[in-house]
Write a protein that binds this ligand. Structure first.
Ligand code: SF4
Length: 353
């Protein structure tokens, strides 16, 4: 118990002044938690303020258009989070009269809210004793108790939660969770933990055993799946074409350049094959097109959590305006681009032109 009090006292004297820490509004807390997953605080702050400005409460978010939400989210990645944000807002507005539920059972039913986010909302907004176990907290507990179980294996989670459930008893839950996360973020850092200034160094087994640099343990991850995307920047006069991704896949409901996915990397020196590829793309997407010329522009690699996207960009110049077979294709120019949510890979390509 003494180690818990030391951590909480240290937090009260050293906390960073972050806007979601000075509110009990579950909407703001939830928003910050969803934005901050896999995102640095500095970058997250910008998005947090932008969302609050556009959607100051859950009702305004529930009324939002999905495309606007995706556009505001652009650059954060993990677009399913933005879609779930909107779905949850709609559910809370419709089924819970605009008020976030305050039980683990109810809150866990909302889209995109896992055990960590539920615990964060329940403790920060409602002061209920649910420990929030994120990457920072995993690291602190691994080191304090010299636990060598891989933290990225779901089956080990209960071991960490049991320790935290004991620690959180008898202290303010919101302060405890914030204190553990802050200790991990500011002192017990992944590399070179600052044990000299750590409030619990005298309780820490890793410090005593000299094992901090080996902890936490992570099991080797499966190799990322490689995918090969060939994008066609199809120009006509001063505009070009974007297509909405409807499939249940990465970047669902975002816009991209017309694209062909291939099993392997294209041979960009095989001109005949490339022309065939463009023709097959036209057959799939376009009712009519005149002659075209094309050239290779550049290649980029884009890493997602579980996938490696190998992208090649080609420029295709058309002599006449094509008609498209579907209504998800748009003809745009640089000025109208800000209206459409794009994967960051496509945005960077277009901005580089
Ligand atoms: S003593 Fe060092 S390793 Fe242990 S919790 Fe503190 S910062 Fe982390």
């Amino acid at each position: 118990m003494q180690n818990v009090l030391e951590i909480v006292n240290w937090y009260k004297n050293n906390l960073r002044d972050l806007p979601w820490r000075s509110t009990k509004d579950p909407y703001r807390i939830w928003l910050s938690e969803v934005i901050l997953q896999q995102t640095q605080v500095n970058q997250g702050l910008k998005y947090y303020y932008a969302f609050l400005e556009q959607y100051p409460d859950i009702q305004s978010l529930a009324n939002a258009d999905e495309q606007e939400v995706l556009k505001l989210w652009q650059g954060l990645g993990y677009y399913s989070r933005a879609r779930n944000l909107l779905k949850t807002a709609v559910l809370v507005a419709d089924k819970h009269h605009g008020i976030f539920p305050n039980t683990m059972e109810e809150i866990s039913k909302l889209p995109g809210i896992g055990q960590y986010t539920a615990s964060a909302i329940l403790s920060f907004a409602y002061n209920l004793p649910y420990p929030a176990l994120d990457g920072n907290v995993f690291r602190v507990i691994s080191r304090l108790y010299n636990i060598r179980l891989p933290i990225n294996e779901q089956k080990n989670r209960p071991v960490f939660l049991e320790i935290l459930n004991e620690m959180i008893q008898g202290v303010n839950p919101a302060e405890f969770n914030n204190a553990m996360m802050e200790l991990g973020a500011m002192v017990c850092k992944p590399d070179n933990p600052k044990c000299v200034i750590c409030p619990v160094s005298t309780f820490c087994l890793a410090k005593e055993l000299g094992s901090a640099s080996q902890l936490p343990v992570k099991a080797a991850k499966a190799a990322k799946k490689k995918r090969f995307f060939n994008f066609f920047y199809i120009k006509y006069n001063d505009g070009y074409y974007l297509i909405k991704r409807n499939e249940k896949d990465i970047w669902q409901n975002l816009y991209q350049l017309p694209m062909l996915e291939t099993a392997n990397e294209l041979d960009i020196t095989d001109v005949f094959d490339l022309v065939d590829k463009v023709k097959s793309l036209f057959q799939r997407e376009i009712l009519s097109s005149g002659n075209f010329s094309m050239k290779y522009l550049n290649s980029r690699k884009h890493l997602l959590t579980h996938q490696e996207i190998n992208a090649i960009f080609f420029e295709v110049n058309l002599n006449e305006q094509p008609l498209f077979k579907n209504n998800t294709t748009l003809f745009v120019n640089a000025d109208s681009l800000q209206n459409y949510p794009l994967p960051i890979l496509i945005e960077k390509f277009l901005l580089s032109l």
